[in-house]
Ligand binder design. Structure first.
Ligand code: HEC
Ligand code: HEC
Length: 255
């Protein structure tokens, strides 16, 4: 594991988050030298979990209750693109920067402490494993309404039967959650929203995007075509409101 780096990750993370959020992160063009550089970093930072061949079968993978992704499958959960499409380079960059944190034991550390160029080099490696030549096109996320319509959100949550997996109280304990499997036929759990942690980040835009595009490879469907943008925003606020009692993330986000 990276030791000293972890200490700097917090400080580096603060500086990087804004760079990741904005469109100002510079992506170097396709470049064989960058890919080679990325492979070096991959061997150091990623092999323990994702394996030498990127198949998710690294020597440490067995410890994790949610296994590292088999990158060769080319199926990604944390996309800004419609279900079934390739992620954008930015999506991969953000996943590597943020890491994957989830209530049910998914643990990929944040690599925000690596230089930006190294993280773009890792994006090149992931695309190489996944045979991605054409990145997908991101959905458009309309601006967050000033007023959170939680009553509408509750209605939509009901209409779209989110509770069947996530539970009426958002605790991830709906009746269907007892039997869910991912695309590798591994047991997986519906997210507990009261926990306030999200694989794709807890910022409202990020949660909206996950609901719109779904998490490919998991049982979480894409709802972009099942509700209007206003309804999707109300639903996003409703989902976030489950976590409001245990964390102050929501009040912190309304600047
Ligand atoms: C400690 C183990 C671990 C390490 C180290 C690790 N990962 Fe992961 N990785 C995971 C897990 C667990 C997941 C998520 C599985 C899930 O939610 O399906 C994941 C998911 C991913 C994803 C998929 C995100 C998506 O949208 O589905 C990418 C890309 C990725 N890792 C790249 C990397 C790269 C590049 C490195 C090295 C810099 C790395 N990982 C290091 C465990 C790890
Ligand atoms: C068939 C079961 C199922 C249904 C129905 C379902 N989900 Fe999910 N959802 C899941 C699973 C399983 C996950 C966790 C996937 C993972 O951890 O990789 C998830 C994850 C999520 C996440 C977390 C994303 C992240 O970044 O961690 C959100 C938000 C979410 N669902 C919202 C909803 C909403 C809103 C609805 C209703 C419109 C809904 N879900 C309906 C199974 C479901």
């Amino acid at each position: 594991m990276r030791k000293i780096e972890a200490l700097f990750a917090v400080a580096a993370g603060l500086a990087t988050v804004s760079a990741v959020d904005g469109a100002n992160a510079q992506q170097p063009g396709a470049d064989p030298a960058l890919l080679e550089h990325g492979k070096e970093i991959y061997r150091r930072e990623c092999v323990a979990c994702h394996g030498v061949e990127g198949d998710g079968a690294g020597p440490g993978a067995y410890i994790l209750s949610q296994r590292p992704r088999n990158l060769q499958l080319g199926v990604f959960k944390l996309r800004s693109t419609p279900s079934g499409e390739n992620p954008t380079d930015q999506d991969l960059f953000e996943a590597i920067t943020r890491g994957v944190e989830g209530a049910a034991g998914a643990m990929m550390p944040s690599f925000a402490s690596l230089p930006e160029r190294d993280r773009w080099a890792l994006v090149a490696v992931v695309k190489d494993f996944a045979f991605i030549e054409d990145p997908g096109k991101p959905i458009s996320v309309p601006p967050r309404p000033a007023h959170a319509d939680l009553a509408l959100g509750a209605q939509v949550y009901d209409r779209l039967q989110c509770a069947s997996c996530h539970g009426a109280d958002g605790m991830g304990d709906g009746p269907s959650s007892l039997t869910l499997k991912d695309d590798q036929k591994r047991r997986i759990w519906a997210t507990d929203f009261t926990d306030g942690r999200y694989k794709g980040g807890a910022a409202p835009d990020e949660v909206y995007t996950r609901i719109f595009t779904g998490l490919d490879g998991s049982p979480m469907p894409a709802y972009g075509s099942k509700a209007t943008p206003d309804e999707l925003w109300a639903l996003t606020e409703y989902v976030l409101s489950f976590g409001a009692t245990s964390t102050d993330k929501i009040s912190g986000d309304t600047e």
